[in-house]
Design a protein around this ligand. Structure first.
Ligand code: SF4
Length: 207
């Protein structure tokens, strides 16, 4: 089954599991596709798998993952309620930043996952995921906490949990900011779905 015809996350993940579209295939233990609710309202996109993720095959299992789980818990969500993935699905060597051509090579897996999960809100964690989803060279410090719309879907950029840990965790200045961003995520997830358009309103639009 090819990427373009995958109709389930399992099929897309199976396609990714043998992917050699970029050089990150060379150093991986396994492709880390994603985890969580396949019909989640909220989809979190990080940067790429680290050492533990590469070994275990699941994203966000290390210290940054524990912080993500904690922040989710504070807004009443479990990891199983949301979908969690990365913008490159194979570990960059030595945890270096993903390169532009690697991000582009893996982009179809990001859009394919979005098309299948159909989340209400996308949360981009850090610079790389934010640039991939907004398709602009933005800086996370400038855009975090703002609400964007991409293809009719809300996008909330926020800090990567690893950056929060490097900045001192609970004692750091970014912690209050990421908590505020998670509160915004909670409100969007709680929003009622858009009202269906009634026949009368459709006619008004036609005449
Ligand atoms: S990072 Fe993405 S594009 Fe590159 S080999 Fe892995 S799955 Fe394929």
């Amino acid at each position: 089954m090819s990427m373009s015809t995958s109709t389930t996350l399992e099929e897309l993940a199976a396609d990714a599991s043998t992917c050699t579209r970029c050089r990150l295939a060379n150093g991986r233990t396994q492709v880390v596709f994603g985890t969580g609710n396949p019909h989640a309202d909220a989809m979190f996109i990080g940067e790429g798998p680290g050492y533990h993720e590469d070994k275990q095959g699941e994203p966000f299992v290390g210290a940054a993952g524990q912080l993500l789980t904690k922040l989710l818990g504070e807004i009443g969500l479990a990891r199983e309620d949301v979908y969690i993935t990365n913008c490159v699905r194979c570990r960059p060597p030595g945890n270096r930043d993903p390169l532009p051509d690697e991000l582009e090579a893996c982009r179809p897996y990001v859009t394919g996952t979005l098309d299948l999960v159909q989340p209400k809100v996308i949360i981009t964690l850090g610079n790389f995921a934010t640039r991939v989803i907004l398709d602009r060279q933005v800086s996370i410090t400038r855009v975090r906490g703002q609400r964007f719309e991409v293809d009719g879907r809300a996008v909330i950029p926020t800090f990567h949990p690893a950056a929060i840990l490097h900045g001192g965790g609970e004692a750091g200045s970014q912690m209050a900011a990421i908590r505020a961003d998670f509160e915004l995520i909670r409100r969007i997830v709680a929003e009622p779905p858009p009202e269906p358009v009634t026949a009368g309103e459709e006619q008004l639009g036609l005449f």
